[in-house]
Design a protein around this ligand. Structure first.
Ligand SMILES: Nc1ncnc2c1ncn2[C@@H]1O[C@H](COP(=O)(O)OP(=O)(O)OP(=O)(O)O)[C@@H](O)[C@H]1O
Ligand SMILES: [Mg+2]
Length: 509
């Protein structure tokens, strides 16, 4: 029994979008001085529930009390006045302004940038942020932009903070830094809600967890009294197996041969420096490396989307004959069976059109492959229905505009669309970004199934635990060079982590 008065008390909150019940008589308590992890599968209503606290949506039914007093939150301004601040997945900053300008933007009263900068520095010092108030947003990394968003809500006096999947686009190091700040804010008495799909983050950071399932509150408990398996079962509503079935590669044959590959990005920075390796059929080759160390350029170079300075990339036929991919049109490379599925930081930013429905998005894909727009309509809806069924995409129908889908469901479509084309080589990056834990395991199984079908899979991912469980071999990049290739069955997270930050592994494999 908890006798404290919660900072936030939501009761019987219901929110409908047409026929979709996003929240169904939902409960939630959040206390000061705690970090609450809000859990649930993709589409379970987490973002919607928090949007009603931050004044973006208004509940159809139910009550909200702040510090024991019932309130009406009809706008973001109402939320701010109550000390509630939300950091959304898509940042809302003005690119050409500085950090300080963004932070004070829209505040009433006369603008005094000197005072503002001083106050920003004070907030940063207090909680351990690093922000340069005079830096322009367009010069910032994703993590710096996120910091500006957080300082912005603190500047406005927020003491109830909501963060919607803040680590989805951060590197492990940036995540550690964010968590240190969040712990400081908790110890300072703030109430913090974090939405995340990463179980080890829940276990590391949160004091309590609350679980939603299909829009309903299914329970809360202290983090120390539960574990990943129990939380996942609660989210899904039945026991779920959290393991990866890694089979021995069957008759692996070289499929992609990379020799001495050197690539520069658009600014002329060296991204890949004489990289050589072989990817085989029937095998998952993992690529590990700290963020931005050439993984993206590597996959794009293979897919023909990235100019190559020197070196060669060849497609190897089953009889051993080779065909160089250098200088080929990306569409021709795709037709040879090389599929690229790159899940970007902004999922709607790439490859999907938000206003179009699922079927049309699938069709868009086949149209880009040179098929007629008119003949394939029926087929693309059939394919879309297949993707929805296979990946349990939560959507009223394949005619629903993609932007209405929850973030994770959008992404299942993005990955599924590549796999249904039966590729020979599957290049995948950040395939589970934003996906709930159950869906992530579905994706690992899908990728493993591709491998068993003889596909050569090259897998780029950030989660080292998954890399060592899923991949047969792991190529580790460090500063654009290969620091080694290790056997997934013999290595561990620590060895890979060390190789990511220094060159001179033994180059096994
Ligand atoms: N503006 C909207 N219009 C119609 N339906 C919506 C809207 N916003 C959300 N939904 C639907 O409400 C349900 C809950 O969505 P919500 O975004 O809250 O899920 P979530 O738990 O945050 O999922 P994820 O983990 O994927 O981010 C989903 O079925 C979604 O499609
Ligand atoms: Mg969400």
């Amino acid at each position: 029994m908890d006798n404290r008065i919660p900072a936030v008390k939501m009761r019987n909150i219901t929110k409908r979008f047409g026929s979709v019940v996003a929240n169904d008589k939902c409960w939630l308590d959040v206390y000061r001085g705690e970090i609450l992890a809000l859990l649930g599968e993709n589409g379970s209503g987490k973002t919607t529930l928090m949007n009603m606290l931050s004044g973006i949506y208004f509940p159809d039914e139910g009550t909200i009390a702040i510090d024991g007093k019932e309130v009406v939150i009809a706008s973001p301004k109402d939320a701010f006045d109550l000390g509630i601040g939300m950091i959304h997945q898509h940042y809302k900053l003005v690119d050409v302004f500085t950090a300080a300008e963004n932070i004070v933007l829209g505040l009433p009263g006369k603008l005094d940038m000197r005072t503002a900068s001083a106050k920003i520095r004070e907030i940063c010092g207090k909680y351990g942020f690093e922000v340069d108030p005079d830096m322009k947003i367009y010069d910032m990394s994703v993590s710096q932009k996120q910091t500006v968003e957080i300082v912005k809500v603190l500047y406005r006096g927020a003491d109830i903070l909501i963060l919607d999947e803040p680590t989805a686009v951060l590197t492990p190091q940036e995540t550690d830094r964010l968590f240190a700040v969040l712990r400081n804010m908790r110890d300072d008495g703030k109430a913090i809600v974090i939405i995340t799909h990463k179980m080890h983050e829940v276990e590391d950071l949160s004091d309590r967890v609350a679980v939603l399932r299909k829009g309903q509150f299914t329970g809360d408990m202290l983090t120390k009294n539960t574990n990943a398996q129990e939380m996942t079962n609660m989210m899904v509503g039945r026991p779920v197996a959290l393991n990866i079935n890694r089979t021995e590669p069957e008759d692996p044959k070289p499929r992609i041969q990379v020799r001495d590959l050197t690539v520069r990005d658009m600014e002329g920075t060296l991204k890949l420096d004489h990289v050589s390796f072989t990817a085989c059929s029937g095998e998952i080759l993992g690529i590990a490396g700290i963020s931005g160390c050439g993984q993206k350029e590597l996959l794009e170079a293979i897919a023909g989307l990235q100019p190559v300075e020197t070196g060669d990339i060849s497609y190897v036929e089953s009889d051993g004959s080779e065909e160089s991919l250098i200088g080929k049109d990306p569409l021709d490379i795709k037709k040879m069976g090389v599929a690229l599925s790159f899940v970007p930081e902004d999922r709607l930013g790439m490859g999907l059109v938000g206003s179009m429905d699922l079927g049309d998005n699938v069709m868009l894909r086949s149209y880009s492959e040179g098929n007629s727009v008119f003949t394939d309509r029926k087929k693309s809806y059939k394919v879309a229905r297949g993707i929805v069924e296979y990946f349990d995409v939560v959507t009223p129908s394949v005619e629903t505009p993609v932007r209405r889908l929850s973030g994770g469901n959008v992404q299942k479509v993005l990955v599924g669309r590549e796999i249904v084309n039966a590729p020979k080589v599957l290049l995948t990056a950040y395939a589970t970004r934003g996906l709930d834990i159950n869906s992530s395991y579905q994706i690992y199984e899908t990728i493993s199934e591709q491998k068993r079908k003889g596909v050569a899979v090259i897998y780029v991912g950030e989660d080292l635990d998954v890399l060592v469980e899923l991949c047969d071999r792991i190529l580790v990049l460090c500063g654009g060079r290969v620091s080694g290739v290790v056997d997934g069955r013999k290595t561990n997270k620590r060895e890979i982590g060390a190789m990511m930050t220094r060159l001179g592994g033994e180059g096994r494999g």
